[in-house]
Design a protein around this ligand. Sequence first.
Ligand code: 5GP
Ligand code: MG
Length: 177
Amino acid sequence: MPDIQIHDKVFVPFISKEKIDSQLAVIAERINTDYAGKIPLVIGILNGSFIFAADLFRLLTIEAEISFIKLASYKGTTSTGNVVTAIGMEENLKGRHIIIVEDIIDTGKTLASFMPEILSRQPASVKIATFLSKPEALQHDVKADYCAFEVENNFVVGYGLDYDGLGRNLPELYVLK
Ligand code: 5GP
Ligand code: MG
């Protein structure tokens, strides 16, 4: 695979589609086992997770539902600073088994600030599935229950992740050169 240019930056191939597929199969198998008979509600966080969520969901052989939300952050008036709120969450989460699907956990800030909203809706359980995580960058108390790849603290694009709007449609993952 050749290097690619997006806007002003050059990216090099990082994780192949074959590797992505085989890791997703591992995660899906664990979810199929963990959630048999539970009819989990998978909630994908847009935009970044849409490809990962679709590919993972297709590999689930159990009964499962899927929905997508967008997160919007605004400056809160409290000392906690930015507050994240969900747009488009119409499902009743009460008593449901929820699997949040993210593209990447970087500092963990997004999920840390969103989790209270999920928990306030009284789900039976909440787990997190992420395509990528950057352990070195983590600053918040967020732990992925299912993670396809732990990567170093470098900027990546492809497989749903963008650089300034572009690159989401690349089937493989690339890293900044
Ligand atoms: P966090 O709140 O965990 O710090 O950030 C999570 C969000 O930051 C991700 O959902 C993603 O939109 C963005 N992000 C973090 N690292 C990367 C990266 O390496 N590449 C891209 N494209 N987005 C990233
Ligand atoms: Mg994102």
